[in-house]
Design a protein around this ligand. Sequence first.
Ligand SMILES: [Zn+2]
Length: 161
Amino acid sequence: MKLDVMKLFATDNRTVELDYDEEVKVERADIKEAMGPAHVHLTVLGTDNGVIIKGTARQKLLVFCYRCLAPFEYDLLADIYEDISFSEGGDEEEGILSDDKKYIDLDEVLNAALYLSLPMRFECSENCVGLGITGEEHSDESDCHDVDPRLAVLKKYFEKD
Ligand SMILES: [Zn+2]
């Protein structure tokens, strides 16, 4: 979505409230797909020499747990804060503010915020025991009865011997 800067400054208090859904691409090796559009809430405020954009975005993702590799739903919440100066126009604003300074590309703002909010890695639950193959979690001999059901078949096989 593009925001018309002239229209923003034409409003009474130079403020625009936006609530909208936007299809975005959030791509990483451990992200399977985005589930539906991102829900975006933004307040855009015109200042004496620029624009401040603040708000939140919420995006449901289907991701893979880094421990057990199982896919699960992850609710990505991003805080958005962007302070755009008309005078500086540095690298950071590149792509957000159009060259003629007439439009602000809110998609760029949204994408950057979502990527910044991604965790280093996804974990399906705090108690995720992982794949249970390395045996690290079950190194204690007394724990031997707690065999991963997927490995129970193997255990039976070895017990025959
Ligand atoms: Zn897991």
